[in-house]
Design a protein around this ligand. Sequence first.
Ligand code: TRP
Length: 332
Amino acid sequence: MEKSKKQRAISGIRPTGKLHLGHLIGVLDNWREMQENFKCFFFVADWHALTTEYDDPSKIKVYSKEMVLDWLAAGIDPEKGIIFLQSDIKEHAELYLMLSMIVPIPWLERVPSYKEIKEELTNKDLSTYGFLGYPVLQASDILIYKADVVPVGIDQVPHVELTREIARRFNNLYGTETFVEPQAKLTVTPKLLGLDGRKMGKSYNNCIYLSDPREVVSEKVMHMMTDPLRVKRSDCGDPEVSIVFGYHKIFSPHEKVKEIGEKCRTAQIGCVECKKELIKNLWGYLEQFQFRRSDISKKWKDVDDIFFEGGKKAREFSSKTIKEIKEAMKII
Ligand code: TRP
């Protein structure tokens, strides 16, 4: 396929903490595949981080840089996709401002994550203008590159849907076809659950971090939930309800998964033995990642270089779109 005919894809992660296994398996593996066939824009959503971390933003910078090293170790390649820092591209903010003029407040109030996150993060005051506007900023990220697809998890689908509505509203209002309506592309990888069976997430305290050393990984696996109905070693288990078995499916060889499943059902293997096998395989995988991570951090002493180069490329697109927007609105 010719380079310019490639579909465009955009996705970002908020730098609010260290990345965990759910990011690697759910998000970054997907990005790595997409960078082969799409024109990809991968960015660090540091302004989005501010919507919830405004009371202590000092760590955002460090997390941003650390996160990009994780991306590189996961095989995201700055030669293939454009890696950049959201706040380096002022056009996101400019479009955000313009879109804020045309987005009705009720559209924002009914976005499910608005209520959910407010209820979840009770220790933060999220009754701010910026937090309500979160999806408008996200729409700007997407629309400014006229992205065709947005690879995201299921929780982000309403944001992409809203982005489509905003694009339509803009195009109708100004009688143009400036914006492309993007599609969400759901991650196909089976979702990796947290240690307790909920979605893996920092605020649930149920993560295996990409930087966890072997002892920590082992301890976490040892505390993972198995089949709660299998009380005694001699009881037969149901591997399908065990979190540990879900991990085996991702990190253990196919044959081993089959064997463990059968042995669990017939009480030939106990949970401790099963977990030890997982620790071996999971650690093998993570250790490789950590080797690559440490090599890469030696090579890229300064992630700012990556942001600088990626920023230049991103700006080529974003500045063009801003010009088109102003033309459509006849304010140029
Ligand atoms: N809201 C996304 C999340 O929390 C992060 C994000 C911000 C994003 N802007 C985006 C994702 C644009 C895709 C496209 O995961």
